[in-house]
Design a protein around this ligand. Structure first.
Ligand code: ADP
Ligand code: MG
Length: 115
């Protein structure tokens, strides 16, 4: 199989203003690596706040990565900006969670996951 996405040591840190005007750095994504093959469905699981959403937004370049590589069909899109990114953004699509349309209240969790 050919690789569609190769993420290498990806980091996304946010600088946030804390108490008393001090700034601190939140390490939302801190050294993540994985590959996604063409046609593969890749599941990312983790507790709330572990960085899943930030990772997704960074890989799809809604966020600028702090460091690391995001190879899209072999091209590193991590350092690209503006117009250089648009051919890649056209080929990536986020499907936002909608629990009301994706979860059937008449089914239990086992049935929903099984389906
Ligand atoms: N824009 C942001 N600025 C500062 N901190 C953020 C921002 N977005 C997310 N975080 C922090 O990064 C961590 C990971 O958040 P998130 O990616 O939303 O986790 P998950 O989707 O796994 O629940 C959390 O500690 C969250 O508070
Ligand atoms: Mg999330």
């Amino acid at each position: 199989m050919s690789k569609l996405i190769e993420v290498r040591d990806l980091k996304k840190h946010f600088r946030v203003r804390g108490m008393l005007g001090r700034t601190r750095v939140v390490h939302s994504v801190d050294g993540v690596s994985f590959d996604i093959e063409r046609g593969e469905t890749f599941g990312l699981v983790g507790e709330s706040g572990c960085g899943k959403t930030t990772l997704g937004r960074t890989v799809t370049r809604l966020y600028e990565p702090t460091s690391g590589q995001i190879l899209f069909e072999g091209t590193d899109i991590a350092p690209l900006k503006g117009r250089a990114l648009s051919p890649y953004k056209r080929r990536m699509q986020t499907i936002f969670q909608d629990p009301y349309s994706s979860l059937n209240p008449y089914m239990n969790v086992e049935e929903i996951v099984g389906e």
